[in-house]
Design a protein. Structure first.
Length: 449
């Protein structure tokens, strides 16, 4: 079967990465012990809200147990669908079937033509959408400004000022949106200069870059799929965190916060990319100028909301895997393949395929070692904030004032626990074993648990 062949080959190369990961685990473990910690996971988590590996592991294990029943139900639904398609009541569901049959089920349940969706998201309109957000929420606007000699690193880069009519310029953002050879892959936010207080009357404005890799063949007329729009809004959440924070010292500016709260603004602004009230303000048909139909947005959301427990279970598994690999080990080198296989069997509804080692290409082990759990923390925080603060009127000035004054303004200068409680209420977090964990009730509501 070709799907199986593609899955096995794609998840078993390059074998050299097995040794590279072993070396990384050993080096981080040695470093952590030099710093007086029992493991790299302990070193990475100790300064965060969670405070200890045990707190995070307890949170993740509880979430794994919570999601298991619904994830198993979704697994059986997919298996039954496969058996009907294959006309074979005995066939099993395998990992290489997951994307294929989930995609087939979504297509059969909801008519969403990707080309039609993309027709409402030319890049130029999406950039206008960012302006809609800052103008509606904060009363500010982006304006393109000239660059000095040697300031730009490529002709496609533009520089924008975020300007407020009463406060003046709030910060500057470079947009580097198009793919090109040798460029950093994917989409990301980079803080070039943090904001800081220079004197009683003078503030150093933040400077950031929003970097993406959209097709350069059509420039601003390039169409984005909705996944790209969500990613753009995610990174823009980080950008706003940097641009709107007002801290005394630049090492507290913007995203320089505890790791387990850092992804909260980005996750919050993903909700804006799915809300019809937001999309209709900028997602306009290229030819007619008509806004995206509400029916189409509902179909996008309905498709997205299929198999939410399967997706959540996967994220829990990734987080536990990350902490396990960088946790305490009684022997070296760590057999990462066996460890990951055991964790997949325990924490997911899916089989492990012998001979595969997909985790050796999981880049977050490099960039976010012992920190992947922070995505789940942030998702819980952002979901609560969306439901409690933003969902009722996502584009109102009062919503924007709450986002800016109670969260973004403070950067890392305010205790994150106090920050979250002041913003979204005391119930947004819980104390657990000497650390902080998110309340999961809003997330459970979102995924139907």
């Amino acid at each position: 079967m070709r799907r199986r062949q593609v899955y096995v080959v794609g998840n078993s190369e390059p074998r050299e990465n097995i040794g590279v990961l072993d070396e990384l685990i050993d080096a981080r473990d040695e470093f952590a012990k030099t710093m007086g910690c029992r493991s790299y996971a302990e070193f990475a988590i100790r300064p965060n809200m969670a405070a200890s590996v045990d707190v995070v592991m307890s949170f993740l294990n509880d979430l794994s147990d919570t999601v298991r029943h619904k994830a198993d139900e979704e697994f059986n639904t997919i298996k039954d669908f496969k058996r009907r398609v294959c006309n074979d009541k005995s066939v099993d569901l395998e990992p290489w079937d997951e994307d294929y049959f989930i995609g087939m089920m979504k297509s059969s349940a909801h008519t969403v033509d990707p080309s039609v969706v993309a027709s409402y998201f030319p890049l130029s309109q999406c950039i206008k959408g960012l302006n809609v957000l800052v103008e509606s929420l904060f009363g500010a606007t982006f304006h393109q400004v000239p660059m000095g000699d040697g300031e730009s690193w490529h002709p496609n880069v533009i520089k924008l000022s975020l300007h407020h009519p009463d406060e003046g310029d709030l910060g500057f953002m470079y947009l580097d949106l198009y793919s090109r050879k040798g460029k950093y892959p994917g989409c990301a936010h980079f803080a070039i200069r943090g904001g800081r207080r220079l004197s009683d009357t003078n503030y150093q404005l933040p400077i950031i870059a929003l970097v993406c890799n959209f097709s350069s063949s059509r420039g601003l007329t390039a169409r984005l799929n909705h996944c790209d729009v969500e990613t753009l809004f995610h990174e823009f959440g980080h950008a706003l965190h940097s641009l709107l924070s007002r801290t005394e010292y630049q090492h507290f500016s913007g995203t320089r916060v505890a790791l387990d709260v850092a992804e909260t603004p980005s996750n919050l602004f993903e909700f804006y990319a799915w809300d019809y009230r937001v999309l209709r303000t900028f997602a306009l048909d290229e030819t007619t100028g008509d806004p995206i139909p509400e029916k189409l947005v509902k179909a996008l959301n309905a498709s997205r909301n299929m198999f939410p427990a399967t997706d959540l279970q996967r994220q829990v598994f990734y987080s536990i895997m990350d902490l396990t690999l960088f946790g305490e080990h009684t022997s070296k080198p760590v057999d990462t393949i066996s460890a990951v296989a055991d964790l997949k069997r325990k924490h997911t509804s899916w089989n492990y395929v012998e001979g595969t080692h997909w985790h050796t290409r999981f880049s977050h082990l490099i960039n976010y070692g012992a920190g992947y759990y922070s995505y789940l923390y942030a998702r819980c925080f952002a979901t609560t904030i969306w439901q409690e603060v933003c969902q009722g009127d996502p584009l109102s000035r009062s919503t924007g004032s709450a986002i800016r004054d109670k969260f973004l303004r403070h950067g890392g200068a305010k205790d994150p626990s106090a920050l979250l409680k002041d913003f979204a209420g005391d119930s947004v977090i819980k104390n657990s074993g000497g650390g902080i964990i998110p309340d999961i009730s809003s997330l459970c509501k979102e995924v139907g648990l």
